[in-house]
Design a protein around this ligand. Sequence first.
Ligand code: CP3
Length: 357
Amino acid sequence: MEPKHPFLRACLRLPVERTPIWIMRQAGRYLPEYRASRGEAGDFLSLCRNTPLATEVTMQPLRRFNLDAAILFSDILVVPEAMGVPLRFATGEGPILEPPIRSADDVKRLRRIEPEKDLDYVMNAVGSIREALDDKVPLIGFSGSPWTLATYMIEGGSSKTFPNIKGMLYDQPTLLDTILDRLVEAVADYLNAQIDHGAQAVQIFDTWGGALSPKAYRAFSLEPMRRIVEKLKPTGPDGQRVPVILFSKGCGGMLEHLVASGCDVVGLDWTINIGEARKRANGAVALQGNMDPAVLYASPDRIREEARTLLEAYGPHPGHIFNLGHGISPDMNPDHVAALVDAVHSESARLHGNGSS
Ligand code: CP3
């Protein structure tokens, strides 16, 4: 049975009346109501673990804007934490995972996760958000990619140069492979549990794929993601297809390889023209993206122009989900997001031959 929601239809390259849009990090610090909820929870990780508040912050952007999908409120780093790597968020410093995984001995500390037990709060959030959504828009579940999660586990936090994981990649590739194998298993089990609990699409965030050479990207980032795609359940409990979105930031040059991974949708950052990407993808996948998040600093009129240019570059073909090329900035003016969502809907309706939006 064909899905009715424009977001799911676009993921499967079915025709839509107007281009669907959601925004990476749509629930977050740029919204005052998010900051209030985080204050109520105490801190960010407590917010993720609090079912009613995680549901509330997921719904906040949907109340303000006419978005076409919700994304589970959580974080990619809850998986390494469940595997046994302690996680904390220090103000101003970002995530800290200590002690990091650097040796074969450290790997012994990693546990196989049981998502229903170790990440029960995520599964509770998925169920609770589905209820709150009442089938108005679909829910996207997500995970980090094995490579991106490994960067945090091996560096012990955020990094710009990745000295430890890249040293391991070149000196001890089999040790890195062992860690990535464990992550393939964990991420596949985790996403399948989200699907069981009601996630209607899943996105794998490969935020740091672009830090790799083409050869290393294929071996250490893409191949583990391909194996996950192979392990994912094709349909949810309702019998509907669950599309898989791969977002490898900075990997436009790898598009043909991403297309060959078996995913349904490739997420693009803003360093590639989406019209050219569509030609190169040759109708084999849908594309998600890819406006420079910084366009939202401009005036609403300029935002509309940029949205129209991007929609026209993709053209009147099926299979486009509008998004930013990366997460929205915490200092963004919410009114500019409203301008973008309205522009995408009205301009795309015209492009698809429906004068009214
Ligand atoms: O998109 C959404 O609205 C869903 C929620 C979501 C969050 N993190 C909430 C969050 C998603 C999908 C993520 C994914 C995530 N987390 C990624 C991949 C996506 C990307 O941006 O490339 C990464 C690399 C992380 C790891 C992470 N989490 C970092 C590095 C940080 C700190 C960064 C910062 O700006 O402080 C986080 C914290 C985080 N995750 C916040 C939110 C809303 C901010 C926490 C706060 O409230 O202070």
